[in-house]
Design a protein around this ligand. Sequence first.
Ligand code: MG
Length: 185
Amino acid sequence: MFFKKLNCYELFMRRILHADMDAFFAAIEQQRHPELKGKPLVIGDSGDPRKMDLVSTASYEARKFGIYFKMPLKTARELCPHAVFLPADHKEYEKVSKRIKDILGKFCPIMEDAGIDEAFLDISRIDKPVEEIAREIKKMILNETGISCSIGIAPNKLLAKMAWINFLKNLGSLRVDISTRRRGE
Ligand SMILES: [Mg+2]
C-alpha cells in the first residue's frame, strides 16, 4: 500500500515534493571534468556537432546562447562555436541517478521515480516546514554527489512539477517552494 487512506483535511494538506536535478548530464560531466565548470557544455548522443544528433542536455552557460534540449548539435555549434561537445555516457548517468534516488528514498520512503533526474516524494507526514525539507534535500544531494537540484512543493504532483512557473509564485497558499526553480530539461 503506497499511501495510507487520508481524510479530506489531510488530502487538502498533502505536501508533494518534486526534485529535479539541474542540467543533470552536464552537471555530472562538470563534476568529472572540473575544468568544464562554468563553461558552455553540450551533451549529445555522439557529441559530434557534425552529425545530426540532438542535444540531450546543455549546461546553463550554454543555454545563455539559446541552446536547448533536442536542438540539433549542428545548430548548437552555430549558436556557440566555443562550446564543449561531449557524447552522452548513459551508464554513468544511470549510476548517479541511482545514488540520488537512494538518498531521496532514505529521506522519505514514499517516493515515486519520475525519470532519470527527477522524483516525487510524499512528505505529508514529515513534521517540518517545507523550506527546511527542501533545503535539507538539496544539501544532501549536493554534498553526496555534487549535483544541484530544484525543488517544487505543492498539494499534488502536477503543481509540484510546475512550481517553476512564475504565476504560481503568487499562489503563496500552495506553499510552493520556487526559490531555485528553473526550467530544466
Ligand atoms: Mg532536470
